[in-house]
Write a protein that binds this ligand. Structure first.
Ligand code: GAL
Length: 805
């Protein structure tokens, strides 16, 4: 027999209420059932300005399942990956079980409730209310939890004795090579103990056998764990950030010669350790540069399919240049984590919760969530830390003693953390993980480890900073956007410079919908370095600029180059987020100067921002004056451009008077000179060119003129979609000038035009906000080409083609 795994993602019927009558096997009961595919949201929400009660209701999902023929003693199991917040399941009118908690998976053995080779009626009552018996609920929460069967469901057919869980523990030997320990948990649903053999084969990405071993076990009724070990693996490639090499552990269960069950789990060989001198991956120090991710999306909340979940990891690593993500504040989709394993993005994963600790039953449930999280994800090389404390909750010795004990028992290979926001908390975890929001733009940037922990030797990680301290909208004024970005970089700089810290995780990756107590009054926290549509703010570019130039060249001037956008019409200083070694600036074809990274204010960053603080520059070289006079003129003129006339000091006036006297010049001639190098009104259009230089070679160039919105450019994150159940791809529409620069104040009504087997998720007509509109296009599950275009009264974008294969 072979294990059967069947997707149950399609062919559901859904309705936004529940009545006992729906449990009936008579599927004709009740009108108004809608067709549904998983992942599914119980209600499509507006972008903002809605009430959180909109999604907090009880709903019903039902479908029929074709029960296959069952061999002797075979079992049928339903596997649910995530149902918010409580699921109650009936098969053929009989209760099959329930699960509390919307972020972790659960299995129900429904064998006794079905007839082989028949149609079974499956009904799920989904309670998406904020029930105070289920974490994170019981008090306020700064995020929305949405509703529905928002992750996948499968039907499994397994033999009477089957492999229930496999825990792979790859280890590296000092002199090279390694070994692999494995705990294989068997479940025997039969009436008597039976003897079984288990074979473990380790294979690499090309399916080549790297090593194998086997063992026998007497599988008692219930659960039995068999320990296996592959002691000698002479050639092992490490899982690392740049080359995340994976291996596949194939576990097969035999009865004599007959193979009865098989599962495959992925793993990676690496060491990961938080020490009091920072974090080490494979013995090498890595400064952790991370962001917190909420798994929410506009309109559909949590209900995004595999393809988008996977791309989100790419977005964090490849677009934002992160090496770590914290799954704040709950376990996230396995597809997202799969991709983290594949691309080398480290993960700090934590249990559901937000500040509040409930009663004893609530705590027991939270402890169960520790188990469900660890057992699901302990084979992942990307996961380097378990968060086993309710985010920002107070101390609770017994509760956290238990969450730590259990995490260590289930996974002795990983350290634990527990995120708190106050000093000198009782440390039961291995790493003191702290939300430090001290930076408010003034000098305090991070508290010292000693001050926070009261200890001199303890692994320490900053798990949140910035966030609510400086909410910033993508369409805010330029100065605020720049300051927002600089605040994130100041914290990163400080964390990297302090060898006692392992790194810093900013709050947060994307803006998110929230409750009325939080955010900007429209149910959004504008705390992201990108907006809810994943469009970066300058802070997003600031993070991206920290990645290696070999991965991607980043050259992002944080300015619209307009004379009136900032207070008092100042355009300097202009900050450029880049990983180039220098930038060379030209104005109207003439060299201004070469500018270098600001390593005075950001000494610890690999790529400090580059600040352009002088647009007069070398233009004065053409003047027939002495080097000293030219230097002084340049200094005074730039100062005026940067900070206005009021910035000139007595020294500058005296220098000018002396200069005018020596040259027998009139003051008006000096003014003319100023105007020549300033950015005067009425003159010809100024064209700025910024060239990014690496090793003396130009690697990128940005050009700014007095641009206007010439085109609406459409671009998709991916051009292929998986046919499978259904997939979703983000498409972005940007108004750009002739040089490809975003026109961040364009606002028009944009209509999405879609042809082919797909549709836009959410409204089909939206405003351009800050020059951009974006949407997720979903496939219907059939093959073909989807064409998407954006049309406004003024623009018609190019069409993007998504091929569904
Ligand atoms: C933290 C909290 C986060 C978020 C953040 C906003 O205290 O852990 O969930 O609310 O504040 O800055």
């Amino acid at each position: 027999m072979k294990r059967i795994i069947k997707s149950l993602n399609r062919d559901w019927q859904y309705r936004a209420d529940f009545q006992d009558a729906y449990i009936s096997t008579d599927f004709s009961i009740g009108d108004g059932w809608e067709p549904a595919s998983l992942p599914h949201t119980n209600i499509e929400l507006p972008f903002n300005n809605f009430d959180e009660s909109f999604y907090q209701f009880v709903s019903t999902y039902r479908r029929q399942i074709e029960v296959p023929a069952l061999g002797n003693g075979e079992r049928i199991i339903l596997h649910f990956e995530g149902v918010m917040a409580e699921a109650k399941v009936w098969i053929n009118g009989q209760e099959a079980g329930n699960h509390k908690g919307g972020y972790t998976p659960f299995d129900l053995d429904v064998t006794s409730l079905v007839e082989p080779e028949s149609l079974a009626h499956l009904v799920v009552r989904v309670d998406s209310r904020e029930r105070e018996d289920i974490p994170p609920f019981g008090n306020v929460v700064d995020y929305l939890t949405y509703g529905g069967i928002y992750r996948e469901v499968q039907l499994l057919v397994v033999p009477p004795v089957f492999v229930q869980n496999v825990f792979l523990r790859p280890q590296i030997h000092e002199g090279g090579g390694g070994c692999l320990e494995a705990s294989v948990r068997l479940c025997n649903r039969g009436m008597t103990a039976v003897s079984k053999q288990v074979k473990l084969e380790l294979k690499d990405a090309s399916d080549t056998l790297v090593g194998w071993c086997e063992g026998s076990v007497e599988a008692d009724c219930g659960e039995t764990v068999l320990e296996l070990a592959l002691d000698v693996l002479p050639k092992i490639e490490l899982w690392d950030l740049d080359s995340p090499v994976l291996y596949w552990g194939h576990v097969a269960l035999f009865d004599g010669e007959e193979k009865e069950d098989a599962v495959v789990e992925r793993c990676g060989f690496r060491t990961a350790e938080f020490t009091d001198k920072g974090f080490f991956l494979n013995g090498k120090k890595v400064n952790l540069r991370g962001l917190n991710r909420h798994q929410s999306y506009p309109y559909v909340g949590y209900a995004m399919p595999k393809g988008e979940q996977r791309f989100e990891a790419d977005r964090l690593k490849k677009n934002l240049g992160l090496n770590l993500v914290r799954t704040s504040h709950y376990p996230q989709s396995r597809h997202f984590l799969d991709r983290c394993d594949e691309i080398g993005l480290l993960v700090f994963e934590e249990i559901p919760g937000w500040q509040h600790i409930g009663d004893e039953d609530w705590k027991d449930l939270s402890v169960l969530h520790v188990q469900e999280m660890v057992e699901r994800d302990r084979n992942r090389p990307s996961v380097i830390l378990w968060g086993v404390r309710i985010n920002e909750s107070g101390d609770d010795h017994d509760f956290y003693h238990e969450t730590n004990r259990l995490a260590h028992e289930l996974d002795p290979t990983r350290q634990t953390g527990g995120v708190r926001c106050f000093e000198k908390s009782e440390l039961l975890e291995d790493v003191y993980t702290m939300n430090d929001f001290i930076h408010s733009g003034e000098r305090g940037i991070l508290r010292s480890r000693r001050k926070v922990t009261g200890k001199s030797h303890v692994p320490y990680l900053v798990t949140e900073h910035n966030g609510h301290m400086f909410p910033t909208k993508r369409f805010d004024q330029e100065q605020r956007l720049v300051e927002h970005a600089l605040r994130h970089l100041r914290v990163l700089n400080q964390a990297i410079g302090d060898e006692q810290m392992s790194g810093a995780i900013g709050w947060c990756a994307w803006d998110y919908n929230t409750h009325r107590e939080f955010g900007s009054g429209d149910r959004i926290c504008y705390h992201g370095v990108a907006d809810m549509f994943r469009v970066p703010k300058y802070a997003g570019h600031a993070y991206a600029s920290q990645m290696s130039v070999d991965e991607r060249v980043v050259l992002e001037p944080a300015s619209v180059f307009a004379k009136g956008e900032r207070d008092a019409s100042q355009i300097l200083p202009m900050v450029v987020f880049t990983n180039c070694e220098s930038i060379v600036v030209h104005k109207n074809g003439r060299l201004i100067d070469e500018f270098f990274p600001d390593s005075v204010n950001f000494p610890h960053l690999e790529h400090p921002p580059i600040v352009i603080d002088d647009l007069v520059g070398r233009q004065v070289d053409e003047l027939p004056y002495s080097a000293r006079d030219k230097k002084r003129l340049r200094e005074a003129m730039s100062l005026v451009m940067k900070s206005g006339l009021g910035a000139l000091r007595l020294k500058h006036y005296l220098q000018m008077v002396s200069f005018l006297a020596r040259k027998r010049m009139k003051f008006s001639e000096l003014e003319e000179l100023f105007m020549r190098y300033d950015l005067p009104w009425g003159g010809p259009e100024d064209i700025f060119e910024i060239r990014g230089m690496v090793k003396g070679v130009e690697v990128a160039r940005r050009t700014y003129a007095s641009g206007w919105g010439e085109i609406l450019r459409a671009q998709a994150d991916r051009d292929e979609m998986h046919c499978g159940d259904w997939d979703a791809v983000r498409v972005e529409f940007r108004v750009e000038d002739a040089q490809g620069n975003l026109m961040p104040f364009s606002q028009e009504v944009l209509n999405f035009e879609v042809e082919g087997p797909g549709e836009v998720m959410g409204p089909k007509s939206v405003p351009l906000t800050g020059g951009v509109a974006a949407c997720w296009v979903r496939s219907h599950g059939s093959e073909g080409c989807i064409q998407v275009r954006g049309v406004t009264a003024r623009y018609r974008s190019n069409a993007v083609t998504l091929s569904v294969k």
